[in-house]
Design a protein around this ligand. Sequence first.
Ligand code: SF4
Ligand code: SF4
Length: 269
Amino acid sequence: MCQFCVQHGEGQRWYFDARNYSEDLLSDLRRRKVIRHMLGNVDELRKVPEQLPAYDRLPSFLQWFFRWQMRRKLRRDHFGQVLPLEDVERIFQMATSIVRIPCVCRKVTTGEEKRFCYGISMGPAGGKFVEILQGGGGSFLLGPDCRGFETLTREEALQAFRQHERQGLCHSVWTFLTPFIGGICNCDRADCLALKSAISHGLPAIEKGHGRASVNLQECTGCRRCMEVCQFGAVFYSAGRKKAGIDASKCYGCGICRSVCEKNAIALS
Ligand code: SF4
Ligand code: SF4
């Protein structure tokens, strides 16, 4: 259990606590403003890819300070954590509405509207979350570049996530003014600013999930498929043993390696 679970989960994984999706939390006017701002302002995010190389050039004590400040701010405002598909499925079982929206990161990094983000609500017909998104006048989500929202059934959303899993995308859950959980994304280090910041620059833009992968050496054939899909560089190959292995210190617990292993040789625990 992580610190977040203690603070916001009451003994279970924090994102399984229904109170963290509540409509009451969404009644907070400041939170509504934050949601509109985060999902609507592409221009502000455009600065991030330019700022990352500048961060790399800072002296180490300033990098340390920047990381400390960033972790504090993100935990308070926009905490993101990796989660495996089975945890997404469990969240979807609690959800009353799932809305697919365009990914703001990918709009910035690719210039295109790509749909890998899902707003989750426990209120009827999308509840206040959809109302807030629709009320974001002038935002990217309502602008001419966006095809609007798509409401999905639980089964459609699950199918879409299984497809994202096959594409090797890493699922992540996000707060909007913690502890309110607003959505689940499907991240790729090439396009996702959080993953890029974490993997390529060592920034605490997204937290590791609860599990760590391990390989059953008796089952592993050494095909290395798992190495190809791990976005975090956590899988290695031992030429001596002709088997894959996992560096637990690099593993984020996304479970993508597990889903491509035809021998079922990988477990998350
Ligand atoms: S995908 Fe499975 S069988 Fe192939 S190397 Fe990885 S753990 Fe071994
Ligand atoms: S080793 Fe597997 S579970 Fe760990 S980060 Fe890589 S793909 Fe995800």
